[in-house]
Design a protein around this ligand. Structure first.
Ligand code: GLC
Length: 746
């Protein structure tokens, strides 16, 4: 009886909650409809118009007063934000508040490492903390919508925007996407410190042909489904408020005019009810694409395809009224777009509290924020080589020579998409080393090269003379920030200027040479790697990069970063990524190298497999690679069952032991291979990772729970299924090596 009464109560409670939530939603939709019902057509179109606020503010005020703008970009002075908002709320006829947006891609004032570096942490929880820091600082300045996370799968290091991506892997990118969405949006989007996220660029932008920005892409549906779309689906499931369409035309259709993407997949399949915003000018760029006749045609195609808000190109406000008057575009289409924009504004709480609190204590650059930025930088740094345990620098080092164009480059260290970070706040390596370790070791500093493209070797002799007097040399090399990011692609991804010559000269001094590289992409550094005793890859590590590097160099923290992207030996190997298909003639690894090929060789002496005569098939470093100051041993890989059903969850365990003398953190990685499919499958795919901290001699058992549905893919019939058959599990320290076992899906 008691049980029955309890169940009855529970049932009634659930009805009440459901109807309350429905009412909540009903209230939201009712509010939207009631607001919409009071708007003129021109005012509705105004909500779909997003303009840059960096122009003349007076012109902007006129447009706001006329209700012909819904969102303002790039205004980050709180007083100005409130001044413009006041005009929208109190002087426009509808009083609808504006949304203020900014590209807060890796921090607002406190700059975090570039997203490619953040991905190298393999620590979504920490990345979520970083996104929260960014949201607090941005919202303190009036920004309530960020154009991030950028979650384009990037397999081509020539593409400058790989810097702002989370790398080549779909699973890792999914986890990072969710982390940033949650960090930005918090638990309640209406909270003044919450910022709407915008997953971009929808879709496939990372696959631009030739790694050349804005170029066409040719991604077939199955690859879209298996590789490029999943991070967006996961971001939306995590509550992401908006999506930005990409510049590229895929298979001949510009994303901004692609209704299959914007309606069928986003709305019908995924139930997305947020805002779809174009990229900068991507509506009218459909004219350049040859996809639209003129601005009016571009406006029509975009809104018909399902675009809600037009960024910067003003074709909606210019032509939609005429297109609706002539019944070429229906008012229903317009209303649907306006509803999505109003829904975001209601969810952000802008109708109730549209203004930014000016006198709230500023948390920007707080100690807590800087500490988070440092921690992310520390965990992003990847140890690529450490010959003879050159690192960490031992107490025997009394004299240190610091050189290189990135040793004291406060602007470049912050990386691309640094919109508000102040370079005066940058902790450069030389500044940090002197502050933190200047009492323990004598630090000499000669740049040698002024900037990464510098070809002037005039200071080399001075450096080499000093090098003879010290115990070790640290060379901070890499890329200026301008060499990566949007529109900044490279046909060759080597160290620019005289950097390689510089490293060669430094290596000839026979002093321990530690090379630290700050860059926005993988670089082809085979030679420099051979010439250095130790190499750390620091990406562009942000405001606190210097402090992070100092603590790692001196061993206060052990490096734990892992590569989120494959490093090619040469640009000619691109595209090169770990989760490739096997081909019918995979390289055996026993192929002859170029200098082993006999003279007058007969046609078939080299065999017939898929590799390069000059460089083979192996990358310089594989996805997931990264060393520590200690070593780890894996043992006892076990799958709880060898036969599983498609809706099961399989427990997988492995033991990891710290077999070295330093405390260290290992990113244990789980890869699954689907050995036979109705279509060819990647040789392996990352399906789990865990960071494990171990003291010397400590051993831990690491547990993974693998839901079998995560092995689903789009099969021969373009259905998303988990196919029966044999699967291989590999657990290890990177994508190339680990312990293996098998299971079967029945
Ligand atoms: C740029 C970028 C996009 C950015 C937007 C606004 O062209 O493609 O990522 O959010 O314009 O700055």
């Amino acid at each position: 009886m008691y049980m029955k009464k309890n169940l009855c109560l529970l049932y009634l409670l659930s009805i009440f909650c459901y109807s309350h939530a429905q009412n909540e939603n009903l209230n939201l939709e009712q509010k939207i409809d009631s607001t919409l019902s009071k708007m003129t057509i021109r005012e509705k179109i105004g909500q779909l118009n997003q303009l840059d606020g960096r122009g003349t503010i007076e012109d902007l005020k006129v447009i706001i007063r006329k209700g012909e703008i819904g969102s303002v970009m790039n205004v980050t002075e709180p007083k100005v934000v409130n001044e413009l908002q006041k005009i929208a709320c109190e002087q426009s006829r509808t009083g609808i508040p504006l949304i203020f947006t900014r590209d807060v891609v890796h921090g607002f004032k406190t700059m975090l490492p570039i997203p490619l570096g953040q991905a190298a942490t393999f620590n979504p929880e920490l990345i979520q903390e970083g996104a929260r820091v960014a949201a607090v600082e941005a919202t303190e300045h009036g920004v309530r919508w960020s154009f991030a996370p950028m979650i384009d799968i990037s397999r081509d290091a020539r593409w400058g925007r790989i810097a702002e991506s989370f790398g080549e892997d779909t699973y890792l990118t999914e986890k990072m996407a969710i982390a940033v969405v949650k960090g930005f949006q918090g638990d309640n989007l209406a909270d003044a410190r919450s910022m709407a996220a915008c997953a971009k660029h929808f879709i496939g932008y990372g696959a631009v042909e030739g790694g050349r920005d804005y170029n066409s892409t040719h991604i077939p549906d199955r690859q879209l489904r298996d590789v490029y779309l999943p991070p967006f689906e996961k971001a939306i499931k995590a509550g992401c408020s908006s999506i930005m369409t990409s510049f590229n035309d895929n298979d001949g259709i510009p994303a901004t005019g692609n209704s299959t993407l914007l309606k069928d997949i986003l709305r019908k399949e995924w139930g997305f009810d947020g805002v779809v915003v174009s990229d900068w000018g991507s509506v009218t760029e459909m004219i350049k694409h040859g996809f639209a006749e003129d601005r009016k045609d571009a406006a029509r195609k975009a809104i018909e395809a399902g675009l809600d808000m037009e960024m910067s190109s003003k074709s909606f406000i210019q032509y939609l009224e005429e297109l609706i008057a002539k019944d070429i575009v229906s008012e229903t289409t317009l209303d649907n777009a306006v509803r999505n924009v109003l829904r975001l504004k209601f969810r952000l709480g802008l109708f109730d509290s549209p203004y930014t609190e000016i006198n709230k204590p500023i948390e920007t650059y707080s100690g807590k924020h800087l500490a988070t930025a440092k921690k992310i930088a520390e965990e992003s740094i990847v140890l690529l080589k450490n010959e003879g345990n050159t690192l960490p620098l031992s107490s025997r080092i009394k004299n240190l020579l610091v050189v290189g164009p990135l040793a004291d480059a406060p602007h470049d260290q912050l990386g691309t998409w640094t919109m508000d970070g102040e370079i005066e706040r940058t902790q450069t390596p030389i500044k940090a080393l002197r502050e933190m370790y200047g009492d323990k070791v004598k630090i000499h500093f000669i740049k040698g090269l002024e900037y990464s493209r510098d070809k002037n070797t005039i200071n080399f002799n001075q450096v080499l003379a000093k090098a003879r007097q010290v115990d070790a040399i640290i060379a901070f090399m890499g890329e200026e920030a301008i060499l990566s990011g949007e529109a900044h692609c490279l046909a060759d991804i080597k160290l620019q200027g005289a950097q390689s010559e510089f490293i060669k000269k430094l290596s000839e001094t026979n002093k321990p040479l530690i090379t630290v590289i700050m860059a926005g992409r993988p670089l082809t550094i085979s030679e420099e790697l051979n010439q250095s005793d130790a190499v750390l890859y620091a990406w562009h590590p942000g405001t606190m990069g210097g402090n992070a590097l100092a603590d790692i160099l001196f061993g206060k923290t052990a490096p734990s970063g892992k590569l989120p992207v494959t490093f090619p030996k040469a640009v000619g190997q691109i595209p090169i990524y770990y989760n490739h298909t096997n081909t019918g003639r995979p390289a055996t690894g026993k192929e002859k190298s170029l200098d082993q090929i006999p003279l007058n060789a007969k046609q078939s002496v080299l065999g017939h497999s898929s590799y390069y005569l000059d460089l083979g098939i192996q990358p310089l470093f594989p996805f997931g690679y990264g060393l520590s100051y200690t070593t780890f041993k894996y043992s006892d890989l076990k799958a709880a069952r060898t036969i599983v059903a498609p809706n099961d969850t399989l427990s997988i365990s492995v033991k990891v032991k710290n077999t070295g003398q330093y405390k260290g953190t290992e990113v244990v990685q789980l890869y699954i291979s689907d050995l036979v499919g109705s279509v060819t499958r990647p040789v392996k795919e990352l399906k789990g990772f865990k960071r494990v901290e171990l003291a010397p001699d400590e051993e831990k058992e690491v547990l993974f729970r693998l839901p079998l549905h995560s092995l689903a893919f789009w099969n021969m019939d373009m259905k998303k299924v988990v196919e029966p058959g044999k699967f291989k599990i590999m657990v290890g320290t990177d994508s190339e090596s680990g312990l293996e076992t098998f299971f079967e899906v029945k």
